[in-house]
Ligand binder design. Structure first.
Ligand code: HMH
Length: 219
């Protein structure tokens, strides 16, 4: 088993809470409250704007610390898709009459963005940062792919959102990130492994809270 597989098995309940959250289940059932979806849209737009510099910091670490030059290309493709994502959020917000410039980040979103900032520090190793990057992307991939399964009743006007992260290409990209992370972790010291596992757990918890915030359960 790979390091990441072992950790997912060890933390199965929080992994499931992050990838099968009631907000995602409500999209899949077609019972989602549209005000929740709009809240998610506005808050996630703000999150993605903070996610870009984090991914930029992972790219810098890859250029300095990686022993495989193809890592840079995978991370760069992630940045390119974030560029498309920002345009998509603007277009989608217009469709739903969500005024992005008027939205302030909720507390939970602020907490998550502060966590991203802490991971941008130069003392955070490439192995820890790339594991976080994979985890953040993989939660969205797993969650939204669930909304596109054959028996899902996802409303047609929400399918495009689900397809952004649930499509096969995004799945392959997440697999590439996971492969890089596993390679770096297998070469990492015990200290790096301990830090990366704790950080993975934090990402999963923050993702659960982000869904709960979107659903209006917490701020
Ligand atoms: C909260 C959150 N997690 C992960 C992603 C994936 O990019 C996102 N857009 N937002």
């Amino acid at each position: 088993m790979t390091t990441i597989e072992t950790w997912i098995n060890n933390h199965e309940s929080v992994y499931k809470a992050a990838t099968r959250h009631s907000f995602i289940i409500s999209i899949r059932h077609g019972s989602v409250d549209l005000s929740s979806f709009k809240r998610w849209l506005g808050q996630d737009y703000l999150f993605v704007r903070k996610f870009v510099p984090f991914v930029g910091s992972v790219l810098v670490k890859a250029c300095k610390e990686s022993d495989d030059e193809s890592d840079m290309e995978v991370i760069l493709s992630g940045l390119a898709s974030l560029n498309d994502e920002i345009s998509w959020f603007k277009k989608e917000a217009a469709k739903w009459d969500v005024q992005l410039s008027a939205i302030a980040p909720l507390q939970t979103n602020q907490n998550y963005c502060r966590f991203l900032e802490s991971l941008m520090q130069p003392d955070v190793s490439y192995a820890v940062a790339i594991t976080a990057f994979w985890a953040i992307e993989a939660v969205y991939q797993m969650s939204f792919a669930h909304c596109l399964e054959d028996d899902a009743k996802t409303p047609s006007e929400l399918r495009e959102a689900c397809e952004r992260w649930g499509n096969e290409g995004f799945g392959k990209y997440c697999d590439s990130l996971k492969k890089i992370a596993n390679r770096c972790l297998s070469k990492g010291s015990n200290d790096v492994q301990v830090k990366a596992e704790a950080m993975l757990l934090q990402v999963l918890e923050l993702e659960v809270e982000f869904w709960s915030m979107s659903d209006g359960q917490i701020n």
